[in-house]
Design a binder for this molecule. Sequence first.
Ligand code: C2E
Ligand code: CA
Ligand code: CA
Length: 569
Amino acid sequence: MDILIIDDDAVDRMSAIRTLRKSELALDRIDQSDTAAEGIRLASEHNYDVILLDYQIPPSNGIEILREIRGGNDYSTAIVMLSHSNDERLALACVEAGAQDFIMKSEVTSSRLKRAILISQERHSLEQEVRSSHDQLRYIAERDSLTGLRNRYFFDETLRDAVTRNSRTGEQLVLLLLDLDNFKKVNDVLGHQAGDRLLQEIARRLEQPIRESDKLCRLGGDEFAILVYDLPQLEHVRLLVTRIFKSLEKPLIIHGQTVEVTVSIGVATYPLCATDATGLMKCADVAMYRAKELGRNRVQYYSVDFHEKMVSRMQLEFDLKQAIKGDQLTLFFQPQLDTHSEQLVGVEALIRWQHHTLGMIQPDEFIPIAEESDLIIDIGRWVIEAACRQFSQWVETAQGTHICFSIAVNLSARQLKDHALSEFLQRCLAQHNIPADLVELELTESHLENSLSAVEMLNSLSATGVRLSLDDFGTGYSSLSHLSQFPFSILKIDKSFVQSGDDKQQRTLLKAICAFAHSLGYETVAEGIETEEQKQLCQSLNVNRLQGYLFSQPISAESFENNWLQSVV
Ligand code: C2E
Ligand code: CA
Ligand code: CA
């Protein structure tokens, strides 16, 4: 038996040790400590069978020490409190705080101590049994025995707690109700055992798309629920739903039979749709039935606005996939002029989507959708290819004249994950016979990650000979040291600085930005020039290039040829 004595009184410690030795207990080890802190440390480092703990160890009191030991030590040690006082309330408080026994120091004899220790151990092991069966009971009570998922009881409790908590924090709570579409048929045709196997398999599949913090429960029968906490944006619900449908796409093999399972999903969010747990549940239920009515294998969002928004985004994503394959994407071009000569020195390619029913869609509307999925990778490559093809034609047209201009293409930060991008770029340049130094890649400052892989990717793009330009500069708060890690040679000053009008502070900022950029050898481009004054301001600050509606809006390739190329060729 290993025993620890925590007591600040050396005489009391010695007396306890003497009594222990006389007690005929099988003692292997007796450690002692005269301070609370050391006692707590020893108790956390070694698994003692029993701790004898003095109630009075100034400045702490025994109950505080007791709680601390209990907190860190997982209930594996029996604790006997020793005190000079025979206050019964104190004894009770100690037992409540986790001590197994309480004896007065004046009453300590070998036999009393031995009995206290043995009884404490016994009591302690009983307590542990109760505790572990309580945990087991809780596990059984909260789990669905067929699938191992959390059950209806857990779900009801959790939903209630979550609503209460979120009403305090103001965070969103999203409830997805899922109901299998053809489960009854499986049960009828293949039998109940197959039905059970199917539910188990579905449970495993549904576990894949969710995050650890999401709660997946089986409510009963073929009905499941997913509770999603603290979503950064409602947008993510759509992604989750897509992933759920995807996880069920592959047919299941049950008892040698191929079974295809689809699911109808109803989604409701708190506090948008309902103000309490019951209401939220009702909304999700209504939405789920609506999904069934509309032909199953689909999702329905409760509020009309929410539903329409989600569906139109989903439709747009679907259409966008077609758009890449078809020829609905086009590039517009916006000229850039030399600040002083006002001659054409560059052009920025800006994507447009000619949707078959919705007409022209601006990039601000569909690039974010493309960025959320991997569509941006294909779109990004399409842009590079199309821009190179177009540019090579213009270079040919301009041959023999003295004009020389560059082309700028926008890249999404997400495209830096496209590891073969620099090879792709190199192939495009070679295929269209374009000098690399006439091509610029623009990356938005605010989306740039300061990760090693992003820096490596930018270095490898820069190694192809193209120039890198930091777009919307000034809006992303990049520190100067941060900036020097990236191989940018051009800073594209955000339009807000140029367009601030009479705001004196913004003007001062613009001046500072220009001075800073030039002193570090960056070339500068000012975008969003709409007025003569803005142009003059940039001229006075020696910005290198200007771009904006004052000179031209983004225009089609044909207009660009007619209005800009012909004039210089
Ligand atoms: P950006 O790269 O900052 O592009 C400049 C935006 O400012 C363009 O909008 C342009 O039409 C607009 N603009 C130009 N001059 C003026 C002006 O004088 N006044 C005002 N108010 N605006 C002006 P656009 O074409 O709608 O593009 C919006 C954003 O979409 C772009 O911002 C860029 O971030 C993104 N984008 C466009 N094309 C592509 C692309 O091919 N790939 C990627 N990843 N993003 C693109
Ligand atoms: Ca740009
Ligand atoms: Ca910009």
